[in-house]
Design a protein around this ligand. Sequence first.
Ligand code: G3I
Length: 349
Amino acid sequence: DLPSLKTEMAPYFKVGAAIEPDSIEAPADSSLIAYQFSSLTAENKMKPGTIGKAGELQYDFRAADEIVAFAQAHGIAVRGHTLVWHYKNGNWTEAPDWFFAGDPHDPGYRTQVAARLTRYVTDVVTHFRGKIYAWDVVNEVISDDPHTVYREDSPWYRALGKDYIAIAFRAAHAADPAAKLYINEYSTDDDGKRARLLSVVRELRAQGVPIDGVGHQMHISIDWPPISHIKQAFDDVAALGLENQVTELDVSFYNDPGSCWSNHGTCRPDYGRHVPNDVLRAQALRYRALFDLFKQEPSIKAVTFWGYSDKHTWLSSTPVSRTNQPLLFNASLQPKAAFWTIVDPTYRP
Ligand code: G3I
């Protein structure tokens, strides 16, 4: 019968998927998830925009607890995503305004915001203590602009400067000393961004901040980035004695945030209902190359897909609405060529 990713990859690393509660409420979906994965991440329900949406000290853990209960019932580990993030899109924020209430010009403002952050991280990590093996303590705190190290358009940076990062890590460690603490980032394959990230990691470690690993989101495409760039990212982190995790893997058909970057490979149209076989074959071969690399990197502790099937992927609506099928199972939950190339070295897509 069907191979299991978690069984095939058990000698190397955990294999995970990001899920929403409705996935585990559906019989076919939940049995695929339980059979294939040894780690789960809440795609959204463990973020501050959900847990902290109602207001200060008014936590909503219901959806997250449902996911954790499912994982525990099936002997699956849980990654915590995420304690601190800047994301805001229209009326949806992952950094609720109550954290930043008050007058920034008041002398006590920074202390007040730092106290709210510490309290939130302490309460959330305490709630899940013993049930989360790794936390994305902070997400996307590094600037994409080569001239600044930190993402300065973050309300956290505006309120606390770079100190919010150390504050969050220290509070998380105090609340659950057994949990591995990660800094999670995208585009870590980019030499400049990775240099900025690792300069921050080195500074945190020099300050004695408890940080265990780097999460590489890896929202990549069939054509970009090259395997050698990805390998360099893992090696640079491992050289610091830190763990690596792939935290949000998907392989998009497109290279771009909407238009096409000619220097990053093929510029593909929106395929609509019929994706050409040669594109699915290229995606399958790309996944084989990725997992061949991952299996050679002992510092990689887990590889998590940002979704368990093409039935639901953020990429079909972000940055634009178009046909994207970035994962290993199709919308009918059937294994794609990309699944077989990973679990069967003899399979020819
Ligand atoms: O559930 C609310 C709904 O009640 C409300 O009416 C609606 C109004 O916009 O928003 C709904 O929340 C949406 C949420 O997903 C839950 O579905 C937000 O709009 C939407 O912005 C949010 O998108 C998520 C995004 O992170 C922001 O949190 C995506 O599903 C999720 O895939 C994406 O994941 C991120 C990782 O956390 C970090 N790395 C990048 C990755 C992709 O952006």
